[in-house]
Design a protein around this ligand. Structure first.
Ligand SMILES: [Cu+2]
Length: 480
């Protein structure tokens, strides 16, 4: 056996195959389990236990913890009782945030950010095909399939791990969600956005859609997110889960290994030790402080009174190339509105909003957004440089299957106040006119040693398939 396949993954693969053989009507089958999160059908069926994944809200973490726990129990039961394997199998986490020698670009760090080898090999360890952990393009992005690592700037969880509170879009665990409307239309909180959403975007294909648990890597990705939640609580005694009764008392219902219903309240789900598991490390892979320049913040929800400075007049189609969003200045806007907002002496804020972000098929890439950059200067398009403000992704906004967002795609709001202030101070923007808003696909890291050069070049530069039509419905720049 090569080190691509440790025994933990081999037992996982065997159990996945067994679960895939069970009929979809069996609650312990592979498809039923994935349907809990989201069905593949464009017209979701009537089963109330399906299509339940909460995103963009404060139930995201407890719901997925219970989901993992029950899934792990089913897999362990299959391994022990059907495959006559060990009785202590546990779900591994994919530690794509691991950094060795303090260097995110060291060969070991890059290796951690490649889709793990057992998921990229069509074969079982004996060389025979039909490995159930493997998916081919377009069910995964070419970059992930070829083992090009996701950029560190897309997964570094530092900002999330430094968040002081659980609840809020600028906080760790996403914002308040009404228990009757488990699917918030709001924005994701810090951990849910990065690394969670952006990692979904990197793997691409199935992972970009609500039936993402059909990709076996889903469970190892979410185990990592669950570990980062445990690590956030453990790292600082000031880090606390919500104490509101409507969070603590909400019941998340799943199925156990026998197919029986089992419910957990968020309160029950707060301590992994009380639930019977521990992580190997709560200190490894918790992020690195980015350069001071990463200043754009996710803006808080709600709509304060705003003055529109500029906007688009139609959708902006994204593609393989860098583009400048065609913003038209608002004729009625005051000339001083933007520089005023960008002054440290005023309370005014400058907010860049991108609405109805969606695609017809997986675009197989995330996008990076820059303000003030020159689109034809590659050095300006550095995700750790002064022009970078944030990412766009398409998780859950592919095809018709956007029902969780009320059918209107994703919304991204960036508070670029400090960013504009810095550009002025550095002499990169004179305060006149609208600084260009530039969007570019997120490039990946170097391919694994030994990869074919041609495939490698393809992998590192993501090219959305033409039929995917990634686009931004509207963009506006406002001041408050
Ligand atoms: Cu997810």
């Amino acid at each position: 056996m090569t080190d691509t396949w440790d025994s933990q993954l081999l037992w996982y693969a065997r159990a996945v195959r067994k679960m895939q053989e069970r009929p979809e009507s069996d609650p312990t089958s592979w498809l039923w389990q994935a349907n809990i999160h989201g069905e593949k059908s464009e017209t979701p069926g009537p089963n109330p236990e399906w299509n339940n994944c909460p995103h963009g809200g404060w139930f995201f973490l407890p719901w997925h913890r219970a989901y993992l726990l029950c899934f792990e129990e089913i897999v362990r039961d299959v391994i022990q009782n059907e495959l006559r394997g060990p009785d202590d199998w546990a779900l591994p986490y994919w530690n794509y945030t691991r950094v060795t020698n303090g260097d995110p670009d060291s060969p070991e760090s890059l290796e951690c950010r490649r889709l793990p080898g057992a998921f990229r090999s069509p074969d079982w360890p004996d060389g025979e095909g039909d490995n159930p952990l493997y998916l081919a393009e377009p069910d995964r992005s070419p970059g992930a399939a070829l083992g090009a690592p996701v950029a560190w700037t897309e997964v570094n969880p530092h900002r999330a791990m430094q968040a002081e509170q659980f609840t809020g879009v600028r906080q760790f665990g996403s914002e308040y969600t009404d228990g009757h409307l488990v699917h918030s239309n709001g924005q994701s909180g810090l951990l849910e956005m990065q690394p969670h959403n952006l990692l979904h975007g990197y793997v691409g294909g199935v992972m970009l859609q609500f039936f993402s648990p059909r990709d076996p890597i889903f469970w190892l990705h979410h185990c990592q997110i669950d570990r980062l939640w445990a690590a956030w609580i453990a790292s600082n005694s000031g880090h606390k889960n919500p104490t509101a009764a409507d969070w603590l008392g909400y019941t998340h219902t799943f199925r156990d290994a026998q197919g029986n219903k089992v419910g957990f309240t968020s309160k029950d789900l707060q301590s992994e030790e009380a639930l019977g598991y521990v992580y190997e490390s709560l200190a490894d892979g918790v992020g690195l402080k980015p350069p001071e320049r990463l200043v754009a913040m996710v803006a808080a929800g709600g709509d304060p009174p705003a003055e529109q400075v500029a906007s688009t007049t139609g959708p902006t189609d994204l593609g393989p190339d860098t583009l400048t969003v065609p913003l038209t200045p608002e004729p009625s806007a005051r000339a001083g509105a933007l520089p005023e907002a960008a002054s440290p002496d005023t309370e005014a804020r400058a907010i860049l909003t991108m609405d109805d972000v969606r695609a017809d098929a997986p675009p197989q890439t995330n996008y990076r957004v820059f303000v003030g950059a020159r689109p034809d200067h590659e050095e300006d398009l550095d995700p750790e440089g002064p022009y970078f403000i944030g990412h766009l992704h398409f998780f859950g906004a592919v095809g018709e299957n956007t029902h969780h967002h009320g059918g209107s795609g994703l919304s991204f709001k960036f508070d670029i106040t400090e960013h504009l202030t810095e550009l002025r101070q550095l002499g990169m923007w004179d305060g006149e006119g609208i600084p260009p808003v530039v969007v570019t696909p997120a490039t990946l890291g170097p391919p694994p040693p030994g990869a074919e050069a041609e495939a490698a070049a393809l992998a590192a530069t993501p090219t959305p398939p033409p039929e995917s039509r990634p686009r931004i419905g509207s963009v506006s720049l406002t001041t408050t």
